[in-house]
Design a protein around this ligand. Structure first.
Ligand code: GAP
Length: 489
């Protein structure tokens, strides 16, 4: 692959060609920053979601899951601060009319400076940007853009408007009389799944008899009217989040923040993705709710970018919902406080949040897995595209190929399918030469292929072929299922 931008484009094409991801409503030329997952993509996405869900709820006795509605009472978003604060500072170029998120515009310029060898200057500019963003100093940011001669990529000019805030929530109307009743009936498409957890905090705590510290996990769609929506599924207008809110006793949030920061990185590494592909980015500018926050960044083909956030949200959300709903959001802690010898008593728990984008995780897995290999020999040019997906995430775990369509081989292959399909996803194919069939399975990341040939009928063995090494070995038919189960266990 000549460079990473080519790799990114190759991944996008590959996703389309092999049924992973299609542009939404493509027959109408698509809808910007909205995508559909195809027959392979929906399996991979589900496997990532299940892996996260299990690691949260099944492997932690004190974390339970919920599935809240996308629509929520509009006051939720007043209380959460999203109506007033969920804004991005934007700037328009007067000549091209192109709109930019200010931080993206400056970051893109910094990347170019770094490529030109002006590394310290770029770093200095980014630090200044973070400081100005933290103070919402828009005049200062505009000056920074001017000082560095940052121009529009379309018009090439620096004829900029002032910087303005732009709210990212999608609004729609609720009920049949909505249009007549106007503003009162506006509901929002949730911009994060987290609020569905906060408003259900007491329901879950009481009915589940949960004891602090405990967590509530949820996966689901979120919607943001991203202005600069580009880079494929990295930044979408409709996307999916996997979030967990962990409720802790006030005063213990520092240690739990550290715990989850480390635990979440370990989850990523448990997929076999090397540590050097990841780094932490501690926030200087904190979101309106955060006390301490960091991102886990991954080295995508478009550079190191955020895939997950860990946020120490204090009691902000529960407190706000208590204020707006007038319902107590307190928890009674009857553990004994050693300092007083009495129960800790009533308090609003503090929250550590882990929030990861499922689509972004999908892109991460794809970026790590995608490989173009030159397999040429002096005699023959050859190459393959292989997705080295972790076996537990692969859409198809096992492909079963009869060498020919006759001599009873398809019947034997069908029997193997019957034995395996209830345990994991299998795929049967009898068309084309075996080599071609292997390559098609490499391209969708199938870790194992077995071929049934004439010897199978004599000794009940098959050839198993391993995707990454392309090595083959002969194993008994009775061993196939266990081999695969071991790899995906
Ligand atoms: N509840 C906290 C929250 O929503 P966030 O940093 O805004 O925090 C969390 O989002 C994660 O959601 C991000 O790390 C990213 O993976 C994903 N995400 C956010 N906006 C996205 C978008 N427009 N498209 C795809 N994924 C997005």
């Amino acid at each position: 692959m000549a460079n990473d931008s080519n790799k990114f484009q190759a991944i996008i094409s590959h996703c389309k060609e092999y049924g992973f991801i299609f542009p939404s409503s493509e027959i109408y030329d698509g809808l910007q920053a909205v995508y559909d997952y195809g027959q392979m993509g929906s399996e991979l996405k589900k496997n990532i979601r299940d892996y996260w869900w299990k690691s949260m709820t099944q492997l932690n006795d004190n974390i339970v899951g919920i599935d809240a509605a996308i629509f929520m009472h509009p006051t939720t978003w007043k209380a959460s601060g999203h109506v007033d604060n969920f804004n991005d500072p934007m700037i328009d170029n007067k000549d091209s009319k192109k709109r930019y998120r200010v931080d993206h515009l400056i970051e893109a310029h910094a990347e170019q400076m770094e490529k030109d060898g002006r590394i310290d200057e770029a770093k200095g500019m980014l630090v200044e940007m973070e400081n100005l963003l933290a103070k919402d100093d828009f005049a200062g940011l505009k000056q920074l853009i001017a000082d560095h001669g940052i121009t529009c990529s379309v018009s090439g000019t620096s004829n900029w408007t002032d910087i303005r805030q732009f709210n990212l929530m999608f609004a729609t109307e609720f009920g049949a009389v909505a249009a007549e009743e106007g503003q009162d009936n506006i509901v929002y498409l949730r911009p994060e799944t987290a609020q569905g957890i906060f408003v259900n905090f007491l329901n879950v705590q009481k009915t589940g008899r949960m004891k602090v510290p405990f967590g509530i996990a949820q996966t689901g769609k979120a919607f943001r009217n991203e202005i600069v929506a580009r880079q494929f599924i990295f930044r979408m207008r409709e996307f999916e989040q996997m979030e967990m809110q962990f409720f802790v006793r006030p005063g213990t949030e520092g240690e739990w923040y550290k715990y989850w920061k480390e635990a979440r990185l370990q989850w990523h590494l448990s997929l076999g993705i090397p540590a050097e592909s990841y780094r932490y980015h501690d926030h200087v500018k904190l979101a309106h709710y955060a006390k301490e926050a960091c991102d886990i960044e991954f080295n995508f083909p478009i550079g190191f970018k955020e895939v997950e956030g860990i946020h120490s949200r204090g009691k902000f959300d529960l407190w706000q919902h208590q204020e707006y709903s007038k319902k107590k959001m307190q928890y009674f802690d009857n553990d004994i406080d050693p300092a007083t010898g009495k129960p800790y008593g009533n308090y609003i728990p503090y929250v550590i949040e882990t929030s990861i984008g499922l689509d972004r995780m999908f892109l991460l897995v794809m970026s790590h897995a995608y490989e173009e290999q030159d397999l040429s020999t002096p005699e023959k040019p050859d190459s393959r595209v292989v997705l080295k997906l972790p076996a537990k995430l692969a859409p198809i775990k096992l492909a079963v190929f009869p060498l020919t369509k006759k001599d009873g081989l398809p019947e034997v292959a069908e029997r193997i399918m019957d034995e395996c399909r209830s345990s994991f996803r299998c795929f049967y194919e009898e068309k084309d030469a075996i080599g071609k069939r292997y390559r098609r399975m490499d391209a969708v990341g199938t870790p194992f292929c077995v071929t049934v040939d004439h010897q199978t009928k004599e000794d009940n063995t098959v050839t198993i072929r391993y995707r990454d090494s392309m090595e083959q070995e002969r194993i008994p038919v009775s061993e196939i299922r266990n081999r695969v189960l071991q790899a995906i266990g």
